[in-house]
Write a protein of this length. Structure first.
Length: 451
């Protein structure tokens, strides 16, 4: 009888210690993971939109509510961690943790097994986990939460009932406030390649010794009337048969630069290097001009005037078309040119539509939400002279703009440069307005005179 009682006591004490350890591990991890996502709820909403898309869960009707769901999930995640640590409503907390981790485990397994999503977004941009890494992380968490579930009676409040309730409510209120704060401004901690102090041009580079991707080629042949598949690393297999098809699969990822798909393009030229080698460049970012915040757009005219007055170059970056660009110009009285960039890249650059950056030689020196445009520091700077190597020349043939290569080929067949009928500055202003290009010179060509 005494031995049985002793064994029972040892078991209870052991279980109490295990539950206590699990409580700390799960609580801290939930708070940390939730805080990282709460720091950037817009970024997490983009990841949810990816999950809701037709290629993954096929729940497109949820995409418009991705931001609302994002805020709810991450606040709830932080709050559950706080509840668990202070011991507030143990049964509700543990049941909620169990349901949440079961859902996340299913989600990460689905993404990993069907290779639908490359990064689960569990830790935002702070830590990128591969799908299977995310799944096994959730499996480990599920194990500890099950320990909490079966040992819930050992989860007791750390303090008095009143103080425990107060701490739980404070955790909830602080989480809500912090989420609202970063939505109205920008993430407090920026882990992306476009953070202040990062150089975009450097982030685009791939080191010479960077690992290359390894691909597997599956060649399908018909040999003696039967289909046969041969796998190689890219070389064509030596086989006596009829070739049918070939499929490739990346079995080992190569080096991926931090900055991807970023560019500054006009309708005819890639001006990325041009602007990333300039000082005092103000870039207004709007991934979609149709979705731009009106209150933010209404501040762009004053920003433009202040930037130009103090000798800054100001441009816009968007994924929208020419019609949307002109509509925004007309609606808000802005004159700076909008250039083209990939929408996903722009969503990564700044979590605001519009958002504003200052670049010096490609390095981000300032970045603000549209709510904070007035806080952008733009002291007067010396007006920069454009180097000749960056000149953008407009070649006019029969009242049509042609490229440098076309102009050179036309000169070879009998065209020559002729004087301009109007002042060059007047023509350049007109061309910049019509074509949206920062032309620095203009050359007019016509057939050589035979006299």
């Amino acid at each position: 009888m005494l031995k049985r009682h002793l064994r029972s006591l040892i078991f209870k004490n052991t279980m109490r210690v295990i539950v206590h350890i699990s409580r700390v591990l799960v609580g801290v991890l939930f708070i940390f993971s939730g805080f990282i996502k709460l720091n950037d709820p817009i970024g997490f909403s983009y990841k949810l939109q990816e999950y809701f898309s037709a290629d993954v869960l096929n729940l497109p009707f949820l995409e418009p509510y991705a931001l609302l769901i994002s805020v709810f999930v991450v606040v709830f995640e932080v709050v559950l961690g706080v509840f668990l640590l202070v011991g507030y409503k143990p049964k509700f907390t543990v049941w909620s943790l169990l349901l949440m981790i079961v859902f996340f485990t299913f989600l990460t397994f689905y993404a990993a097994y069907f290779e639908k999503v490359k990064d689960c977004g569990c830790f935002g941009d702070f830590l990128k986990l591969k799908p299977w890494e995310s799944f096994w992380k959730d499996v480990v968490l599920l194990f500890f939460i099950l320990l909490l579930f079966f040992g819930v009676k050992h989860i007791t409040p750390l303090y008095s009932k009143l103080l425990t309730t107060v701490l739980a409510m404070v955790g909830f209120i602080v989480s809500l406030w912090f989420g609202y704060h970063v939505l109205m401004h920008l993430p407090t901690l920026d882990f992306r390649a476009y953070a202040i102090g990062k150089n975009i041009k450097t982030g685009m580079e791939i080191p010479e010794d960077a690992p290359k991707p390894v691909q597997e080629y599956s060649w399908k042949f018909k040999v003696n009337g039967a289909e046969q598949i041969l796998k190689t690393n890219g070389s064509y297999p030596e086989v006596a048969g009829e070739f049918i098809s070939v499929e490739t699969k990346v079995i080992q990822e190569g080096y991926t630069p931090p900055v991807q798909d970023f560019s500054i393009e006009s309708a005819t030229d890639n001006l990325t290097d041009h602007f990333l080698t300039k000082d005092n460049v103000i870039i207004v970012v709007s991934y979609n001009l149709d979705n731009i915040e009106w209150d933010g757009a209404s501040k762009l005219k004053a920003l433009q005037d202040r930037a130009l007055k103090n000798n800054y170059t100001i441009i816009g970056l968007t994924a929208s078309g020419e019609a949307a660009k002109q509509r925004i110009k007309d609606a808000y009285g802005i004159d700076f040119d909008w250039y083209l960039c990939d929408e996903k890249a722009l969503k990564t650059v700044v979590r605001s539509n519009p958002g504003v950056l200052e670049l010096d030689q490609g390095t981000v020196t300032q970045k603000v939400h549209w709510n904070d445009i007035e806080a952008l520091e733009l002291p007067e700077v010396e007006k920069a002279l454009e180097p000749i190597k960056n000149s953008i020349i407009a070649y006019i043939v029969n009242d049509r703009i042609v490229t440098r290569a076309e102009a050179d080929s036309l000169k070879a067949i009998g065209l020559e440069e002729v004087p301009l009928l109007k002042a060059k500055s007047e023509i350049l202003d007109s061309l910049r307005h019509v074509y949206g290009q920062p032309y620095t010179d203009v050359v007019k060509l016509q057939l050589k005179s035979t006299n």
